[in-house]
Ligand binder design. Sequence first.
Ligand code: HEM
Ligand code: HEM
Length: 183
Amino acid sequence: MPPMGNTEASYGAVAIALHWVMAALLIGLAFLGLYMVALPDVGFDTRKITLILYHKELGMVALALFVVRLAWRVTSILPHLVGHLPDWQKVAARFVHLCFYALMFALPITGWLMSSAAGIPVFFLRTFTLPDLIGRNDHLFMQLIEIHKWLSYALLVLIVVHAAAALRHHFVYRDDTLRKMLP
Ligand code: HEM
Ligand code: HEM
């Protein structure tokens, strides 16, 4: 069991738990999103609307976890990348991590904005009704759907690049990159 906090050499239990819980949640949300929008809008079939409600609820949980993660990240030591990496790989790895932080914020926020623009409320844990971020605006609603969609595609592409790099380090270079992020 790793210590709670990060060290120079490795991620701590909190960062590791947040990393893997959020990885599962975000990948799940992206596929749920793609699946639910492909369902037909049929009046008697409530599957689509039910899945959209789950998507919004879980998306807001992702936003709450993001706030905790960001707070943890800015107040923790950042473990070193493994040694012997060429400079471009160090920059690329940190840049992808930064993009993930931007996407973990932008995706739920565009989702929330989209719902507000459509005049549909957003709930948190089925209990609290969150305030609308903007007033009703059909044109903006359509644009936010597009932005939310393209941000999701960017997230999926970066996950493939990031996971491929992690697996390559583990199985090809046999270094500690992946082990640093494992319990
Ligand atoms: C990290 C979190 C999220 C991810 C990865 C994500 C991902 C996606 C994806 C992939 C789609 C399908 C896009 C398409 O093909 O048109 C989608 C649709 C949608 N998302 Fe999210 N989403 C997230 C958070 C949220 C949140 C927090 C809300 C609202 C509170 C939300 C509301 C919606 C809605 C309403 C749609 C359907 C849009 C339509 O009618 O076409 N999403 N999302
Ligand atoms: C939605 C999916 C994912 C996101 C958003 C994500 C995000 C991140 C972020 C932001 C970091 C930097 C540490 C931090 O600030 O927490 C990180 C590190 C890491 N991730 Fe992911 N990750 C995802 C999925 C994966 C997957 C599927 C793997 C492995 C197959 C993986 C392996 C790693 C490893 C090994 C590190 C440590 C890198 C290092 O410091 O050398 N991640 N990830």
